[in-house]
Design a protein. Structure first.
Length: 72
């Protein structure tokens, strides 16, 4: 993976804190793509630029925190 710079954390814990009811279909697709379907559920995803972009797109609906390798 030469040329790519990823965060040292390795994983992101993403939690859906607001409902997708009444949100645009694009936001719903992003949430489903992250693996989120129910309120207050969390998923662990690799910390990549693509994942961070998805989180940024729906940042008003989710919270994200870095998980260190020791805490896994």
């Amino acid at each position: 993976m030469i040329g790519r710079v990823f965060s040292m954390a390795g994983k992101l814990k993403i939690t859906m804190v607001k409902s997708m009811i009444g949100r645009p279909e694009k936001h719903r697709r992003v949430l489903r793509g992250l693996g989120l379907g129910k309120l207050n559920k969390s998923v662990l995803r690799n910390d990549t630029p693509a994942t961070r972009g998805m989180v940024q797109a729906v940042s008003h609906l989710v919270t994200a925190e870095e998980v260190t390798n020791e805490a896994q």
